[in-house]
Design a protein around this ligand. Sequence first.
Ligand code: HEC
Ligand code: HEC
Length: 145
Amino acid sequence: MKKPFVMGLILALGVMSQTYAEQIKSLRGASDLDAPSNKVLIKKTQQGREPIARDYVQQPPLIPHKVEGYKINVKFNKCLTCHSWANYKEAGATKISQTHFADREMSVHANVAARRYFCTQCHVPQVDAKPLVENTFQPVKTIRR
Ligand code: HEC
Ligand code: HEC
């Protein structure tokens, strides 16, 4: 390829990506990825409310209690102090399901699989909030509760 052509292509792509970047609007506003969103306000979690029913079978259930200050790191997982199979009875909590012990090769381990260790990656506290986008999802009839 000729040099001027390549340079022209790079220039054109540069201009294009710039215009597209300006057009993209994120729900969380124009804040940096590592900065807190200035659009989504922290909603009050609903204490003492029955867990909100799951909308589909594979949905991670919402957390019906406060999680503020609950640490999850390499050495300690606060959630497991109540939700592990060893502790759930005493805590009166739901035990984590068997799926949480299987790694991505579907080998079942004695402890929570690494991909299920960071609980809040999938489970979020339930809040009283207006949905950000409209959703008309309906589960298929045969697996509706
Ligand atoms: C002090 C004990 C305790 C800790 C710590 C705790 N939970 Fe719970 N959790 C409970 C109890 C008890 C329930 C069930 C009763 C309720 O609150 O409705 C529950 C319910 C849940 C449910 C709903 C289960 C269902 O069947 O619908 C989820 C999901 C959950 N917790 C996730 C978490 C996560 C994630 C963490 C860590 C960030 C955590 N919990 C930390 C005690 C705890
Ligand atoms: C990769 C996503 C993911 C992660 C990470 C994860 N979960 Fe789950 N969890 C799910 C899904 C999906 C379900 C519902 C289907 C199932 O049981 O697998 C579930 C179900 C549950 C339930 C309800 C079990 C039941 O029998 O109804 C509890 C309690 C729970 N998780 C707690 C936890 C805790 C505590 C952690 C962290 C140690 C955790 N989860 C990590 C996705 C996840």
